[in-house]
Structures are given as C-alpha cells and as structure tokens.
Write a protein that binds this ligand. Structure first.
Ligand SMILES: C[S@@+](CC[C@H](N)C(=O)[O-])C[C@H]1O[C@@H](n2cnc3c(N)ncnc32)[C@H](O)[C@@H]1O
Length: 198
C-alpha cells in the first residue's frame, strides 16, 4: 500500500478529468490505497505508448485505471480486475459509457482470459508480493511492459524486506523473460518496470 495513497492527491495540482473523478470516488468510499500521483503520471505516459491493450490487477476505486484511460490512445482496450464486488460496482458506474474498457469482477487470474497485454500493471494480485506472480510469457505481448508499483526505494543489494530476502523484488529482477529496472518516483516510492525480452 502506498504511504499516502489517496491522501497524496491533496496537493497534486490539476488532474486529468477521469483521475479527478476517481480520486473523489476514493475519498467518498473511504478507499486509502489509490496509487499516488507520481505513479499515476508514469502510468499515463506508459499507456500512451501501448499500441493495443492494457491490463491491470487491483482496480481499487479506479485511480490508477483513470490515469491509464487518460493516457491511452483511442481504440486501445483496457481491462482491469478487482475481487471486491463493492469496488467493481462503484468503478463500473464511474466509467459507464467509456469505450473499450472492461472491469472484471474476481481474482486477478481472470485477466488470463483477456490477455496478452502491451502494458500490464500488477497492483492487486500477481505481483509476487502476497500472491503467485503473473507469468509474463502468458500475459505480455512479445515486447510488452510490466509495472509493479508501491515499493520502497532499493538501498542495498541483495534487497531485503523485514530482514528476509525481498523476493517480491528479486522475482522480477531475476525473471529470465524480463529486463527489469527500478524507477524512483519520490524519495519514499519506487516502481519496477520490466520489458519482456523479444
Ligand atoms: C493497491 S489497491 C489498488 C489501487 C488501484 N490500482 C489504484 O491505482 O488506485 C489493491 C486492490 O487490489 C485488490 N486485490 C487484492 N488482491 C487481489 C486479487 N487476488 N485479485 C483481484 N484483486 C485483488 C484489492 O481489493 C484492492 O482494491
């Protein structure tokens, strides 16, 4: 979970219209785990480079999804999966009528029926933090990009978490199908970015 999550938007400045609406929904719903604006701007930029499809695990209240929608080109398909029925209903209502968008209710693994994706954002399942990691060979197009948000910046190698090997991070660095790097977005926030090897 982000250190500040939804609260990070208090002083974020002007936001794309779908993002502002999703942040308002997150506040109304009391949902604190939205991606921070620094991460959102990265998602927007990456979505703008996706030629055909974007996937996301963990819709939440749709804040990260809104950044993806703000960046994607017309006609690019976006699929987001969320296991909490209440959140699915809220976000479906929020983005009703938005073309080429599907909010799927269920475990993140339901994304398999909709892939592969040019851009895959693992923000709720599949990210090797608390559940089995997604397989980039199944879910990414040949040179697709994978994003794992919400890490503390790397300060030592090998990375550790709570005194143990940080497998949520090393899984992606060591993955034979990926070239992975870490991008620091704020002094306390980093993201993993990986490209599938062609
Ligand atoms: C960090 S929040 C997502 C924030 C959202 N992506 C954003 O940027 O605003 C994580 C979400 O993932 C959902 N989630 C957690 N595990 C999941 C799983 N196995 N399958 C589907 N959704 C899951 C949680 O219910 C929660 O809404």
């Amino acid at each position: 979970m982000s250190v500040r999550g939804t609260d990070g938007y208090a002083d974020a400045g002007p936001l794309p219209e779908p993002v502002a609406r999703a942040v308002a929904l997150a506040r109304r719903a009391g949902f604190e785990q939205s991606c921070r604006p620094e991460q959102g701007r990265l998602l927007q930029a990456l979505a703008a480079g996706a030629p055909g499809s974007v996937g996301e695990t963990g819709t939440g209240c749709g804040v990260g999804l809104a950044w993806l929608l703000a960046g994607r080109r017309p006609g690019v398909r976006v699929v987001s999966v969320e296991r909490e029925a209440r959140l699915v209903a809220l976000v479906r209502e929020l983005f009703a009528g938005v073309p080429d968008l599907e909010i799927v209710h269920g475990d993140w693994t339901r994304l398999h029926a909709h892939g592969p994706f040019d851009l895959l954002v693992l923000d709720g399942g599949g990210n090797a933090k608390r559940s089995d990691p997604a397989d980039p060979d199944l879910l990414l197009t040949p040179v697709g990009t994978l994003v794992v948000d919400d890490l503390t910046p790397l300060t030592a190698w090998p990375p550790t978490h709570a005194g143990r090997p940080d497998t949520a991070r090393t899984h992606w660095f060591d993955h034979p199908s990926l070239l992975t790097t870490e991008v620091r977005l704020a002094p306390d926030l980093a993201t993993l970015l990986a490209t599938r090897r062609p």
